[in-house]
Design a protein. Structure first.
Lengths: 222, 225
């Protein structure tokens, strides 16, 4: 069994993260790597969603994952066990990744040769939203059990995201989740948000999401 | 050396916060108020659980509640509407935590005379709030069943600093793959003294145990002071 490689990230000393993020974005564009920054609360299903996407990505594009965590390597190991190239990034207690930290991760995985690279950010709806990582696309997951009020309570996350994935829709019957209210709150901040409804567990809606991500990758790498 | 200076600044911040936290704790103890800091990931059910809990406690003791959010006032309003207790909404302007100094400032606005139990509902976040002592007598955290039993592995500090871990939404246990024994083992490995209580605000499971735990803690505090 291949063991997950762990990169201990160094805190970046650069003052202007926005500038640095643009430098990284340009570099990735040049290298034809589409970087997707995946953000959400803890436990909303980031890793499970990536695993579900693999079924559609497998054989159609080269993809990999940088798993960021405070501690532990469980997520990178899960991806590797599924045959997806992955590295584990440790932030050493920090609640977000900035562009320079992302770059340290990219350096550790780019030699694999990738069209699409996910950064699975720290499970958190506050800090990650504040830092541009240099990604081509910001994707956020909202799981049904968390409740329909999250866009109202963590507005910045929904403002910076290009793509919202509502996960665990198989649990809609068990929870009070008002889709209309949620969408209304999202559109208030971000009228152009692309929204997908999926269940990473049952596979519902995953094919459409995979197709969209492959299309975006093709556009970026063109 | 830049690096050394950064570390000193961090230590300084925490040292100052620890002092402010001690002041908060003393102020509340003198007043006979027991103070709990409630933390969790977003959407794990803090507001729902607190509303159910306050409903059970409010005829026995006097409760006040403070809610921290980035900018909305949904939670404080919900708690106040549902329970009738005094509730204060704190907007922290985008920060991912609340520290002891912010608690102290909130307490200056919020008269706590005669309050037996003061509840702080922290920002939904498993990282930053764990790093800052708010001056609470006990840290209470919620881990909801849909989040998964691996959270102690991924957010160890939160579980280390929490005196009480509530496993919430246990009514959905049949629906999600959540191994309660595994969760318990992982929590106790980080924090052997943690009190772990499975609860459901919806079905009422475990609410009796939580209620008596808090009533005991409040009465212990008042006997000591």
């Amino acid at each position: 069994m291949e063991l997950a490689k762990v990169i201990e990230l160094k805190e970046s000393i650069l003052e202007n993260n926005d500038e640095d993020a643009q430098v990284l974005r340009d570099e990735l564009k040049e290298k034809k790597i589409c970087l997707v920054n995946l953000m959400s609360s803890p436990g909303s299903g980031k890793t499970t969603t990536l695993l579900a996407l693999n079924k559609y990505f497998d054989g159609r594009l080269r993809w990999g994952v940088m798993e960021a965590d405070i501690d532990s390597s469980v997520d990178a190991q899960t991806m590797l066990d599924a045959g997806v190239p992955a590295v584990q990034l440790h932030t050493g207690g920090m609640c977000h990744l900035d562009a320079d930290m992302t770059r340290q991760g990219v350096r550790a995985i780019e030699e694999t040769g990738l069209d699409l690279l996910f950064l699975e950010n720290i499970g958190n709806l506050v800090c990650p939203a504040e830092f541009d990582t240099g990604a081509a696309l910001n994707m956020t997951i909202l799981s049904v059990p968390e409740g329909d009020d999250k866009p109202a309570k963590y507005p910045l996350m929904y403002e910076v995201a290009d793509l919202l994935v509502v996960n665990k829709i198989d649990a809609l019957a068990v929870f009070d989740f008002d889709k209309e209210r949620m969408e209304r709150d999202v559109r208030k901040r971000n009228p152009d948000m692309k929204i997908f409804y999926i269940s990473a567990l049952t596979g519902e809606g995953v094919e459409e999401l995979a197709a969209y991500l492959m299309e975006k990758t093709k556009e970026w790498n063109a | 050396m830049g690096e050394v200076r950064v570390i000193e600044v961090h230590e300084d911040v925490f040292a100052q916060n620890n002092e402010a936290a001690a002041n908060v704790r003393q102020l509340l103890a003198d007043n006979g108020t027991f103070f709990i800091n409630v933390m969790s990931a977003p959407g794990s059910g803090k507001t729902t659980l607190l509303t159910a809990l306050i409903e059970r406690l409010k005829d026995k003791i006097t409760i006040a509640e403070m809610d921290v959010d980035i900018e909305s006032s949904l939670d404080a309003q919900r708690v106040a509407d549902a329970t009738g207790v005094r509730s204060l909404q704190i907007h922290n302007g985008g920060l991912c935590h609340i520290d002891a100094d912010m608690t102290l400032r909130a307490l200056q606005e919020f008269n706590i005379e005669g309050v037996d139990l003061l509840i702080l509902e922290n920002i939904g976040n498993l990282v930053c709030p764990a790093e800052f002592d708010t001056g609470a007598h006990r840290n209470v955290m919620l881990l909801s069943v849909p989040e998964g039993d691996d959270k102690p592995l991924k957010y160890p500090l939160m579980f280390t600093v929490s005196d009480v871990v509530l496993i919430t939404k246990t009514d959905t246990m049949g629906f999600f793959n959540f191994d309660l024994e595994k969760a318990r083992e992982r929590i106790l490995k980080l924090n052997p003294n943690a009190v772990i209580l499975p609860v459901s605000a919806k079905t009422g499971e475990g609410m009796e145990a939580l209620t008596s735990y808090l009533l005991d803690a409040v009465s212990d505090q008042q006997q000591d002071s």
